[in-house]
Design a protein around this ligand. Sequence first.
Ligand SMILES: [Zn+2]
Length: 259
Amino acid sequence: MTTYQRFLAGELRVAVLTSWDDGHATDFPVQGWLHELGLSGTLFATTHALGAVDGECRQDAVPVVSEAQLLWLGQQPGIEIGAHTHGHICIERIESAERVDNLRLCKRKLESIVGKPVVSFAYPEGGGMDEQKLSECARDLACLGFKSGRLMRHVAPLAIGELWERRFTMPTTGELGDMPVPQIRAVLQDAAARDEQTVVHFCAHSSRILKKRDHVPPGAMEAALRALTENAGDYSRDIAWFCTQGELTAALEERFGPR
Ligand SMILES: [Zn+2]
């Protein structure tokens, strides 16, 4: 049985996701750590500046992955490429027509580069707090063929049924680099102790390895990832499904979706 089937059968009790925003070249060491630890990750890329230097904050500028690098990353096991808009646009703040154009452009561009469907999305700036706007975004994402949209809004691990209901405004558990390892262990322990299957989803910015502001030493990022693979109370890697956002939503669609 594959891990996907073992999760659907209920044998793997905790889905553990990592996702990395902005498609910076610092996703390369991250891919190495994920591979070494047997973890999975969704890399959310923008498409306006591939191969350039992200100009958003010059003193902290980090190179953006090139098309060739994105192709390579997308071919690695356990790695999914997801969309993060064309120009790092807060899609909840623009009108639907512009939003749809932007999302379609980003999705098509990424699909032409990686040669696979791009079905997962992450809201730039984490998504706003306006629920009405977010539900409009959710509708547009679904129309364009996306299967999920991830916010950066931290909540306790959700049961899989609730996560399915909120798949287009998917909350996160915490940000790697901010949450100390003992707290990560406590979250995993709590998730494993529930009597239903749960989802633990850590978002992150790999660029923080290099940035002066909000700097996270590489060792701390790696230690946080390692904690996801270590025993904590009822939690162990034997009950975890290390999956991408796309794999999780595919499994939940099979479980809860229309038949
Ligand atoms: Zn972003």
